[in-house]
Design a protein around this ligand. Structure first.
Ligand code: SF4
Ligand code: SF4
Ligand code: SF4
Length: 198
């Protein structure tokens, strides 16, 4: 990326941040709204706009992940092109004890100190337990059973607010697409807003 492109992207995000801070989010254009539905970011990522503004797209985190869990957004992502995200259908985050991805990042983009990548949500239309079949693979795979995910008396999986969005459940779910995708914080906020409005 040229210096000019980098500067103009930074200016765009800075201006957007200022708008949000001044409560003028209604003025944000379509391009920004698309970006605000950002995918699941690596552990420690700052809030989406700050993350996109800080991340230089250097790929150090992508290369540092021993599980190849991180990928780069395609050119079609516009201003977010090249930014790292977790492709959880393919590979869950293994929550490495030493967080190589976070340590590889020199920009502070993964410096929030919080491992909250998103939150899983069960699709009742496709989850096998809603089709009178027995399945508890997501529950069994979760590193925090009974805390992040529970099985009710009806044997349907229920995700709690303690889910951190590692995607172990997403990856192991036998349906295609997964019946328990992880929503990023921005996707989650959009879902909540839509549920309130409609
Ligand atoms: S915590 Fe480990 S598995 Fe997860 S994204 Fe970072 S390096 Fe990859
Ligand atoms: S994403 Fe799934 S496996 Fe990971 S903490 Fe949440 S419920 Fe558990
Ligand atoms: S693994 Fe998938 S199909 Fe099985 S209970 Fe969990 S969400 Fe339902």
């Amino acid at each position: 990326m040229s210096q000019e492109e980098s500067t103009s992207r930074k200016a765009f995000f800075s201006e957007s941040l200022n708008l949000v801070k001044r409560g003028l989010s209604v003025q944000l254009d379509k391009k920004l709204h698309k970006i605000l539905e950002g995918p699941v970011r690596p552990p420690g990522a700052l809030d989406e706009l700050e993350f996109l503004s800080s991340c230089t797209r250097c790929s150090a985190c992508v290369e540092a992940c021993p599980y190849q869990a991180l990928r780069k957004q395609p050119q079609s992502a516009g201003l977010a092109a090249g930014a790292p995200f977790l492709d959880l259908d393919r590979q869950a985050c293994q929550l490495c004890s030493d967080f190589p991805c976070v340590n590889a990042c020199e920009t502070g983009a993964l410096g929030s100190g919080v491992v909250q990548m998103g939150r899983a949500v069960v699709n009742e239309e496709t989850c096998l337990t809603y089709q009178d079949q027995v399945c508890s693979l997501c529950y069994d795979a979760c590193p925090y059973p009974e805390r992040a995910i529970e099985l009710g008396l009806d044997f349907h999986p229920k995700v709690t607010s303690e889910c951190i969005g590692c995607g172990a459940c997403t990856q192991i779910c036998p349906t295609h697409p997964s019946s328990i995708p992880v929503l990023s914080p921005t996707q989650w906020r959009k879902k909540e807003l839509e549920e309130r409005l409609f």
